[in-house]
Design a protein around this ligand. Structure first.
Ligand code: PLP
Length: 546
């Protein structure tokens, strides 16, 4: 493909992408594809083509074979998991990143790639109200790095934690570094190490422990305690590990668990953790962490939810809106008593996060950046680089030797890396921090509205029930056991929903905040539309499969 052919192909591809996004935003595409496993192979040739094909031959297969097999995560009717936002500025960032392809593993390999990443991560550390210790210019040598996923971020810090623990223990024993005795002693200690997380933490911590070659033990949580780690449970788990001859070296605490968005109360756990200063404390805020862009989340200081009694988010005084934001209509009051295990907001803010050695959040979940962009902040870059830096002759250069540059290859598992900072830069500039806040607040309201509608239907004949109090933008509900005849589920029949459709966020319909914006201002119109088109959310099969 030459430049002229690329121009034509790219224009055609962009038109198709815009049309796709408009179709998805309209909610007319079913969320789940209507295909069977193995649908694609019969549609494609058995072997790779021997001769070049033109874009005119390739492009039609997108509509013919690929789109029918997509799950439309950007659909306003997509209600599973956490969101996976995508926006046009982010797509533009991906285009440039691809055009400038360079496996920029060290500063010299593409200085702009490294320097933009450092700057953008410092911007975001401030925008998310993280402690100054996590900035690249902090006296303690902290900083941020973009990883592909939360799982990658977690396993990376687990390895740093393991090495820090082992070396501290070897230093305490007075073993010279390096020395064969030290190496031997560390090799005998390593199999005793144990990583901790709650039984609600994402599975990436258990997987990280497998990769790091250590044990993993969970701290039990209960519904009564909002499925969050409690100080007693933490201390008894640590003590039990030690009694069993294991040595805890790492813990993941969650700010927003995957199942219910529970928050482990770091402010209460810190006094326990301070008794075990060699345990590395990591905060996994993969989804909920981006809410910290809003001061009402970042500086929460009581265990009250930011919702007022009407279930609406107050706009904090002095915080400008983006000019289009209208107060949402108040949903009807809940028709049942409050749930026994409300998940309120826990104290956050720099002082709380200061107890953590590291922190990760995924911009590609909730903050308008396309997959993949997981931010990892660390208090001591030395802990990472001393665990992960290996510099053979082909990686040596005078800039690295000068100590004046950052080589992100030492902050991650792979050597090469993509220019992900571009898409983050574009998104932050296109929306501004105020725009990001407006997006978070708007989508939190969508969750609250969904909760109100689900509760509204809880009158004995109801189809759904809320499982835990909505936290951030997450509302967990289920088909009430026994509410739907099994045969109906098996047939995938359409059952009556709560009478109104709720649309989740969509960021790709041409307006900066997608249908969430419309939902605020055009409540009636949306409801009419929903009645006219039965949605995926009212399909029993769809609910059963989620
Ligand atoms: N941590 C939490 C709390 C999550 O909810 C998830 C995924 O939803 C992950 C980690 C893993 O994310 P990733 O796919 O970026 O590895």
């Amino acid at each position: 493909m030459n430049a002229d052919e690329f121009r034509k192909a790219a224009h055609a591809a962009i038109e198709e992408i815009i049309q796709y996004n408009q179709d998805v935003a309209s909610g007319t595409l079913p969320v789940l594809p209507n295909i069977k496993p193995g649908y694609l192979r019969p549609q494609l040739p058995a072997a790779a083509p021997q001769h070049p094909q033109s874009w005119q031959d390739i492009q039609p297969d997108i509509a013919k074979s690929i789109v029918p097999g997509l799950t439309h995560w950007q659909s306003p009717n997509f209600m599973a998991f956490f969101p996976a936002c995508s926006t046009y500025p982010s797509i533009l960032g991906e285009m440039y990143s691809s055009a400038f392809t360079a496996p920029a593993f060290n500063w010299l390999c593409s200085p702009a790639c490294t320097e933009l990443e450092t700057i953008v991560l410092d911007w975001l550390a401030d925008a998310l109200h993280l402690p100054k210790d996590f900035r690249s210019d902090s006296p303690g040598g902290g900083g941020g790095v973009i990883q592909g996923s939360a799982s990658e971020a977690i396993v990376t810090v687990m390895v740093a934690a393991r090495e820090r623990y082992l070396n501290r223990r070897a230093d305490a024993k007075g073993l010279p570094d390096p020395s064969p005795e030290r190496e031997e002693w560390i090799a005998t200690l390593r199999p005793k190490l144990v990583a901790l997380s709650s039984d609600q933490a994402h599975s990436s911590t258990a997987k990280g422990a497998i990769i790091a070659g250590t044990y993993h033990r969970t701290v039990e949580t209960t519904w009564q305690d909002d499925l969050a780690v409690q100080p007693d449970a933490l201390e008894s788990t640590i003590k039990k590990c030690i009694e069993d001859g294991r040595e805890p070296y790492y813990i993941t605490l969650s700010y927003g668990t995957t199942s219910t968005c529970a928050q482990d109360p770091l402010h209460l756990l810190a006094p326990i953790l301070q008794k075990y200063p060699d345990i590395w404390v990591h905060v996994d805020a993969a989804y909920a962490g981006t809410a910290l862009v809003c001061p009402e989340y970042a500086n929460a200081s009581t265990s009250a939810s930011p919702s007022n009694s009407n279930g609406t988010i107050p706009t904090p005084e002095g915080l400008p809106t983006n000019g289009t934001e209208q107060p949402p209509p108040n949903p009807p009051p809940p028709t049942q008593p409050p749930l026994p295990s409300p998940t309120g907001l826990l104290p956050t803010g720099p002082a709380v996060w200061s107890h953590a050695d590291s922190f990760n959040t995924n911009l590609h979940k909730w903050l308008l950046v396309s997959f993949d962009a997981s931010l990892l902040y660390i208090r001591s870059r030395h802990a990472l680089t001393s665990a992960l830096s290996i510099t053979p002759a082909y990686l040596q250069n005078k800039h690295t030797d000068s100590g004046l540059v950052t080589d992100y290859r030492d902050w991650q598992i792979p050597l090469g890396r993509r220019f992900r900072a571009l898409k983050i830069w574009f998104v932050v500039r296109s929306y501004g921090v105020e725009g990001l806040r407006a997006h978070i607040r708007r989508t939190v309201r969508v969750g609250q509205r969904l909760e109100a509608l689900v509760r509204q239907s809880e009158d004995g004949r109801a189809l759904f029930e809320v499982l835990s109090k909505p936290a951030f933008g997450l509302t967990c509900f289920r088909v009430r056991p026994g509410a739907v005849p099994r045969q109906l589920l098996a047939q995938g029949g359409v059952v009556e929903g709560p009478g109104e459709s709720v649309e989740t966020e969509n960021t790709m319909d041409g307006s900066p905040f997608g249908t969430v914006e419309q939902q605020d201002g055009e409540e009636e119109g949306q409801a009419e539309k929903a009645k006219a088109q039965p949605t995926e959310t009212a399909t029993a099969e769809n609910l059963a499969n989620k």
